[in-house]
Each structure stands twice: as structure tokens, then as C-alpha cells.
Design a protein around this ligand. Structure first.
Ligand SMILES: [Zn+2]
Length: 192
């Protein structure tokens, strides 16, 4: 399934929840920040670029690379988000979970599309990996509060720092020792 079939607004709304901006790219124009080229989605900073013919799994994968990063690190991203295999696996897992948030897509469809595209996993299919061999990826995401404790989708919380007037430490703490995006929510003991 491609973005054109899904609808730009639907995808943009999901990404917006994570503070990401989806930019439409005209047909036949090279996609900015695209690692794979052709119709594959691109990322630059907090922006995701896609065309009508961009596969939804590509869009979710590249957006996932930005979602797993602390906001402060996103600004440094251009085209290639990471060398970390752990992070790569986590992104693959997250894109499957995110597919359930897109009406008409869902994880089954997404995993089938990933197989067709050429994702390869040790256990064969994407689904076999997701259901049987992705424990580390799931844990990685749960630890960073990107999934619920049982591996389900966790709606992102918007602007936690913006609406907490006190304690600059809260926001500063986020990009150092603590997992991505969690320090702001989970340090009730912090006081100015
Ligand atoms: Zn990747």
C-alpha cells in the first residue's frame, strides 16, 4: 500500500502526534533525505518526505527512526538516522505497531508489504520475526516508553516540557541519561 492509497492527511496526523511533519513531494521529484532513493521516504530533522507512490511501510520506517530519537537528536538527522542495529530492529518493530493506527493498513498488511519489499529476517517472514524473535526490539521500545508494558501502542504525549513552567532540569535531563522522552513525564520529584 502506498501513501496515495492511504491518504496524506491520515499519515500526517499520526506523525504529527510525535512532533513530526510530513511533507508531500510531487510525483517524479526526487524525495529529499531518502536513503534508498526512488519512492522511498526521506527524513531530515523532524521532517518526513514522501510521495503518493511511497510505500506506507517506508514512511512508517523512516518516521520511526525519528520517533525513537530524543527530540534534541532529531535535528542532526539527515537521510541516514542511525548505525545502531538495536535501533534499526526497534524501528522495524515500531513501524508494525504503528500500522494499526492507520485505518485500512494494520500490522498484517504492513508485514506482508514488508516481505514483498524485501525485508529479511532470520526466521523468514516479518511476521515470524515479529511474533517469535523480536523480544529485544520490543523491550528496547518499552524501556523508552514508546510502547506499553505489554508491547502495545502508546499514544505519545505532546509538549510535556512546554506546559511545565518550572524546573528547566526536567527538559535538560531528557537528552542525557534517561530514555528518550521519558524524563519529562517521570520525574515528579524534580522541583525547581
Ligand atoms: Zn532503518
Amino acid at each position: 500500500m502506498c501513501l496515495g492509497q492511504l491518504g496524506f492527511e491520515v499519515a500526517a496526523a499520526l506523525l504529527e502526534q510525535y512532533g513530526l511533519h510530513l511533507h508531500p513531494v510531487d510525483d517524479d521529484i526526487p524525495i529529499p533525505g531518502s536513503f534508498w532513493g526512488d519512492q522511498e521516504a526521506g527524513i531530515i530533522g523532524s521532517s518526513v518526505y514522501a510521495r503518493n507512490d511511497t510505500p506506507v511501510h517506508s514512511l512508517l520506517h523512516e518516521a520511526g527512526h525519528l520517533i525513537v530519537l530524543p527530540v534534541e537528536r532529531r535535528s542532526k538527522v539527515h537521510t541516514d538516522a542511525t548505525d545502531s542495529l538495536e535501533e534499526e530492529d526497534a524501528v522495524c518493530y515500531l513501524q508494525i505497531v504503528l500500522a494499526d493506527q492507520l485505518a485500512g493498513v494494520g500490522r498484517k498488511r504492513l508485514m506482508a508489504d514488508m516481505d514483498a519489499w524485501g525485508y529479511t529476517f532470520r526466521l523468514g517472514s516479518t511476521r515470524a520475526w515479529f511474533e517469535g524473535d523480536a523480544g529485544d526490539a520490543r523491550r528496547w521500545l518499552i524501556e523508552r516508553r514508546l510502547l506499553t508494558a505489554d508491547g502495545g501502542w502508546l499514544p505519545p504525549r505532546q509538549g510535556p516540557c512546554d506546559d511545565v513552567p518550572s524546573g528547566p532540569d526536567r527538559c535538560d535531563a531528557r537528552d542525557s541519561a534517561s530514555p528518550a522522552g521519558s524524563a519529562c513525564h517521570d520525574s515528579p520529584g524534580v522541583s525547581p
